[in-house]
Design a protein around this ligand. Structure first.
Ligand code: SF4
Ligand code: SF4
Length: 447
């Protein structure tokens, strides 16, 4: 990773934070991406926003790599495919690392022979492919947003008829501290990512694109610039290193200088945002008919001897990944994702990767903060990228004043964590807001 010093020329947004330690140096210079071959995988039917898929296999079935094992239920849903070849051991409720509750998962014992299902993993000529065919292959491959949102990509690429998308914005910012999975992919597969971006543009009939890259990745910036030297319609924007630079609102503001409400989608301002990992998965699906069955995962932190990016079949047990990364003793926190938006895990024995898992952060000395009263310093207000008043919200949420919290736009909070990070009183602002949002949703469903 390399850094530029010309800060005034960098694009950015208002608010946000500059984490003191970004932890990316632990893994960014490691060129190898070892492949993991798990003994068993656990494939959840709900790895995406929308309706869970429905298993179409049963205990005792033999499956091949890339075989459809969970059928999407409706349009806002996503297919699930076998990430290894082998035997279905069971279809059982398993502990979900994101929702924290047990959900149906297909458990497959890996035969280790890597036999692909017929029709998948074959190169095809995509020169004359139609937009509808691109979308159909994306949908069939079960592709979801790999930046963490896991929204089904074919839905994102189907805007309402009255909305015109004029620009695709590709997110190569990777602003979450510690994670370097996108960086590794951009360094290793830049042409494939650009080809994926062009397929997206063709799919939605969009002539322009911007790629946002943070200024701590000037090597990626130069790589993309070389590849795109004859592509005037695809621009690369070098952005300030600031969190959450890669979030949709902040990326679009920095790239296109367009703004929209926290509750609105990018299509309101004529844009669609795609993560670089998703663009790569799209290229794989359209060109080779490879479903989304693996991804790069960063396993890092001071709790592993060998922090590293790994190529991981979806559904791999975390214990195996941690062994590969040489987990140390005296661990006091394991987080799925990065330190800002990741989810702390309670049950490591059952935890497995899902499509949205970009990183696992293992910490020995995660600090346990004591929270104090708000001193009205206003730093959380300055940091909130969505213009909210986190101090006020946290007080209302703590007092269970949910109606007042709603009046103060609590539902507009994107849970980015900037306010909690910056707060000198270490108030658990995001936790209080999450609690209130969950309570409001629960009360709504009761009515
Ligand atoms: S967590 Fe919510 S309130 Fe806090 S800074 Fe982010 S968007 Fe604003
Ligand atoms: S940063 Fe913390 S102490 Fe300062 S106003 Fe916000 S909640 Fe209060």
């Amino acid at each position: 990773m390399t850094t530029t010093l010309i800060k005034s020329k960098l694009k950015t947004f208002v608010g946000g934070i500059h984490p003191k330690e970004d932890g990316k140096n632990l893994t960014c210079s490691k060129k190898e991406v070892p492949s993991i071959s798990p003994k068993t995988v656990y494939l959840f039917m709900n790895q995406h926003i929308g309706a869970p898929a429905k298993p179409n296999v049963k205990k005792g079935d033999t499956v091949k790599k890339g075989q459809l094992i969970g059928e999407a239920q409706g349009f806002v849903s996503a297919n699930i495919h076998a990430s290894v070849s082998g035997k279905v051991i069971d279809v059982i409720p398993w502990h979900h690392p994101v929702t924290g509750i047990k959900s149906p998962a297909v458990m497959i014992e890996n035969s280790g022979d890597d036999t692909w299902i017929e029709g998948a993993n074959e190169s095809s000529d995509t020169g004359q492919i139609s937009p509808d065919e691109i979308k159909q292959r994306i949908q069939s491959a079960g592709i979801v947003g790999l930046g963490g949102a896991t929204f089904p990509t074919h839905v994102k690429l189907t805007p309402p008829k009255d909305k015109v998308i004029d620009t695709v914005v590709m997110n190569g910012a990777e602003c979450e501290p510690y994670l370097t999975c996108d960086y590794r992919l951009m360094i290793d597969k830049p042409s494939e990512i650009i080809n994926g971006l062009k397929l997206i543009m063709k799919c939605i009939g969009c002539k322009k694109a911007h790629i946002g890259v943070e200024a701590n990745k000037t090597d990626v910036y130069n790589l993309f610039k070389d590849i795109l030297s004859n592509e005037p319609n695809i621009k690369i924007d070098l952005m300030e290193v600031k969190y959450p630079q890669g979030a949709e609102h902040q990326l679009i503001k920095a790239s296109l200088n367009r703004e929209f409400k926290p509750t609105q989608l990018p299509l309101e301002v004529g844009a669609v945002v795609i993560n670089v990992g998703t663009a790569f998965a799209i290229y794989e699906a359209v060109k080779f008919r490879r479903p989304l069955i693996q991804r790069i995962v960063t396993v890092t932190g001071d709790g592993v001897e060998n922090p590293q990016n790994f190529l991981v079949p979806i559904g791999t047990p975390i214990k195996q990944l941690l062994e590969e990364a040489q987990i140390t003793t005296n661990i006091n926190k394991i987080i799925f994702g990065g330190p800002m938006m990741g989810i702390a895990q309670g049950n490591i024995d059952m935890a497995v990767t899902v499509k949205g898992t970009g990183g696992i952060l293992v910490l020995r000395n995660a600090q346990q903060w004591r929270s104090h009263a708000c001193i009205r310093c206003g730093r959380c207000i300055d940091s909130c990228p969505y213009g909210l008043n986190p101090s006020e919200l946290s007080i209302l949420c703590e007092a269970k004043e949910f109606n007042l919290a709603l009046e103060n736009n609590v539902m507009e909070c994107k849970e980015c964590g900037c306010c909690s990070y910056i707060c000198p009183s270490k108030r658990p602002i995001v936790h209080l807001i999450k609690f209130a949002k969950a309570e409001i949703a629960r009360q709504k469903t009761k009515v």
